[in-house]
Design a protein around this ligand. Sequence first.
Ligand code: NAD
Ligand code: DAU
Length: 350
Amino acid sequence: MFSRVLITGGSGFIGSNFIRYLLTARPDAHLTNVDVLSYSGNQENLRDLEDHPRYTFIHADICDADKIRPLVAEAEAVVHFAAESHVDRSILDTRPFIRTNVLGTQTLLDAAVATKLERFVHISTDEVYGSLLLDRTDLRFTEESAIKPNSPYAASKAASDMLVRAAHHTFGLNTCITRCSNNFGPYQFPEKVIPLFVTNLIEGKKVPLYGDGLNVRDWIHVEDHCEAILAVLDRGKSGEVYNIGADNEQSNLDLTRSILHILGKGDDFIRHVEDRLGHDRRYAIDSSKIRRELGWSASRSAWPDALISTVDWYVKNPGWWQRIRSGAYREFHETLYGNRPPANPAPASA
Ligand code: NAD
Ligand code: DAU
């Protein structure tokens, strides 16, 4: 058990949920959160913990070696969430992804090796495996699947995974890599599909569904992800990769209709728009390794209840997302959707 844990990117969606989860799960843990507060980092996510005696916030960039090294030196373990995380942004401009996801990860690894850190957990993604075919439902990503990233975001995460692997192999750093599927839950930045669609609908706006809407994602509740990360932090074997998922594949069209149904809206609130460039068709994660070796399994992700409670969180917390949507987010939203042409060919009707 590690009691002094440095968390990077803890002011974002998953990092803030993990900090909340870990402070409760481990009454002896002292957590330091280092976050640069980029567009998706939001101090409001942890406002209630500002004066918590076991929580410290440091405003810094993970690429800043001088600031990062003393923080790593004080920690027993690092859990590394900080990243540029949105695929669409990586298509508009890849460079911030290379800077934070690749150079930032290497900056942390250099500090970890130099200070003889006891444990480094790298939070990666199933997107490094690329895409699966819709009609091969027998296939899912395992830890042995080839690394075949398709988006600039996924490529930058794959590069960071390789750097973590190299730090383990070359310098003997105690590392684990986790690769999780799509998360949903409270505090997700409202440019990702679920909070975007929910908040659009609450405001009476249509939801922009990419392409034919048949792309499949494998959804897991963020608290299940947090619990799995803690299992890896505690018991993961050094040098290993662990897939994390909840066996919950949904097409985007089905997901959209579920959200519409929960909020009492019909299909007329769907706006079919041009597809994402290079849009991965299907993700599906095989998480049998972590279940078998670390005894973890998802317990909070079952639909429709987990989706209903997530939608309800956004309904009950309009102040949180309205402040985001009224700021810089709106400019990005305009760049992405303002002049986006309608879908072509015609969208699926089923
Ligand atoms: P997010 O965008 O909500 O949060 C990212 C956080 O990192 C923000 O607080 C941001 O300010 C911070 N950050 C960005 N650049 C930084 C820098 N240079 N220095 C310090 N902090 C910086 O992302 P998220 O959805 O919470 O994802 C967290 C991690 O989990 C990412 O590594 C992502 O690749 C991975 N992941 C996400 C999902 C998902 O569905 N959201 C699934 C699997 C894996
Ligand atoms: O699989 C894990 C990944 O999941 C993480 O590594 C990423 O950080 C995270 O952002 C997420 O990536 P996706 O690209 O799958 O998530 P996003 O919410 O952007 O999109 C989910 C699906 O919904 C995807 O097939 C694209 C579609 N979509 C998305 C948006 C934003 C739409 O149809 N319309 C939209 O407006």
